[in-house]
Design a protein around this ligand. Structure first.
Ligand code: ZN
Length: 467
């Protein structure tokens, strides 16, 4: 065995072997700084990994990717590239909403809008506006869990740069077991038997869906385990993740979703389980759970009144008739809530129960993720910060809520290698806000810039420019 060339010489460190390393690091450093196209510096970074906030952060971006993350002093800011001075501000990863509906505006019934709103061009206009409202409120990725193929079209037009909006992951029609009566609901696609179930999944894939939504409800015939399994297997075969809407509460439907191997459950049925062991099963199967707690809070529990306000972006960008209908909707929600209170419903008691339920699920190891259900009654696109704040009132601290809407949401979408945290090689999706969201999640509405795939958006400018 040849002797080591330094063997037998004086002890102590020698600089020689370090020289190539130093050169290599210098080369790498130069390469990364030379390739940088955008730097963001000076802010406090909440990177979405769960690590404590990092002061004086420096983020180097090349094209649509993050290439380096550090602090002033550890990362040199290259000269001659676009630089965003974010001193005194706070950065979180671009937010992810795992459950919304771009074709809906937040009303219980489109019938409360004038007739012309049923026209295709109106609907298209509305989806484009909703997409924009989501992006400028810091949501760089959204999952639409129930729409017509119009959303695929607009998703692709946004990708092509025709409109501004978030990355859209779209489910299209929801798969439902065939009911004896005629299916008149265009949002549903019926199957009957395992072969039919597989065929419908392939049909949706051909239409261009990115995710499969299965609806399990006692309002229809409940499918067999074989049928749901057929959907899940076919979806996985095609690289699609199936997620399940269930009634609340309904242990049997949640169990069916787990046994079939689905990737996630929508709404809070698993929080209201009689059989707690089901939570452990969900955790063992790495299933995600969109708790929907925020929407519930926003609709029922809030006592601060902030939910009543339409924000400047909504006031500027939503058509006047939609705003008027939303105001009527909000009034009606208040009346309903008042009636519930008059008949003995106690918001504080409900909140306390919700806190226990959320903590029980988290302790069992279930992956809790944020979904606003925007578009559904009372939830207006681009006002998700209300639902995020709501989550912080029902069993999660602000850091946990941020993880639900970033790292953990990305996991639920199967996109953890690309999205959800601010780390090298991830897509450069960032939200920069003026005040600390860990102090109060409502600070997420004070937006300075949104960056999606390295492209910078200034919401204030976009709102004042109108459509
Ligand atoms: Zn929904």
């Amino acid at each position: 065995m040849p002797a080591c060339p330094t063997a037998g010489k004086e002890k102590g460190p020698t600089l020689k072997p370090l020289i190539p390393v130093v050169l290599f690091v210098a080369l790498l450093f130069n390469l990364s700084t030379a390739q940088t196209t955008l730097t963001v510096s000076g802010a406090t970074l909440i990177d979405g990994t769960g690590s404590p906030p990092l002061s004086n952060a420096v983020i180097l971006i090349k094209g649509d990717r993050i290439i380096s993350v550090g602090t002033t002093g550890t990362v040199q800011v290259p000269r001659g590239v676009r630089r965003i001075d974010a001193t005194g501000k706070f950065i979180v990863p671009g937010l992810i909403d795992t459950h919304l509906h771009l074709e809906m505006v937040g009303l219980s019934d489109i019938g409360t809008l004038p007739n012309e709103w049923t026209k295709p061009e109106k609907l298209r206009e509305s989806v484009i506006t909703n997409a924009k409202l989501n992006l400028i409120s810091g949501f760089t990725t959204v999952r639409d869990l129930g729409s017509s193929p119009l959303v695929f079209q607009i998703r692709d037009e946004i990708t092509a740069g025709k409109f501004i909006g978030p990355r859209i992951i779209a489910a299209g029609m929801q798969l439902v077991k065939k009911a004896p009566t005629q299916n008149t609901e265009p949002m549903f696609l019926e199957y009957d038997g395992s072969d039919s179930a597989r065929e419908k999944v392939r049909y949706l894939a051909r239409l261009g869906v990115n995710v499969i939504k299965i609806r399990l409800t006692h309002m229809r015939p409940v499918p067999t385990l074989e049928e749901v399994r057929a959907i899940v297997e076919e979806a996985h075969h095609l690289g699609l993740r199936p997620t399940v809407h269930t009634d609340v509460p309904a242990d049997d439907l949640v169990k069916l979703a787990i046994d079939a191997g689905a990737d996630g459950i929508e709404h809070n049925a698993p929080l209201r389980l009689q059989n707690e062991q089901i939570l452990t099963l969900m955790a063992q199967h790495n299933m995600s759970l969109m708790t929907g707690g925020g929407a519930f809070f926003v609709q029922r529990i809030d006592t601060t009144g902030f939910i009543d306000l339409l924000d400047p972006a909504q006031t500027r960008l939503l058509p006047k008739e939609v705003q008027a209908a939303l105001r009527r909707g909000i009034d009606s929600l208040h009346r309903q809530t008042q009636q519930m209170k008059n008949s003995g419903w106690d918001a504080k008691q409900r909140q306390a129960r919700f806190i226990q339920e959320v903590q029980r699920a988290r302790n069992a190891g279930v992956l809790l993720v944020f979904g606003s259900d925007c578009g559904a009654y009372g939830m207006i696109h681009g006002e998700q910060y209300k639902a995020l704040y709501g989550e912080s009132q029902v069993g999660s601290i602000p850091m946990q809520v941020i993880l639900m809407a970033t790292r953990d949401a990305a996991k639920a979408l199967g996109k953890a290698s690309e999205l959800g945290t601010i780390e090298p090689n991830k897509l450069a999706d960032l939200l920069i806000v003026d005040a600390n969201p860990l102090a109060d999640l409502r600070n997420l509405r004070q937006i300075f810039r949104v960056i999606k795939g390295g492209k910078v958006y200034n919401p204030v400018e976009l709102v004042s420019a109108g459509k």
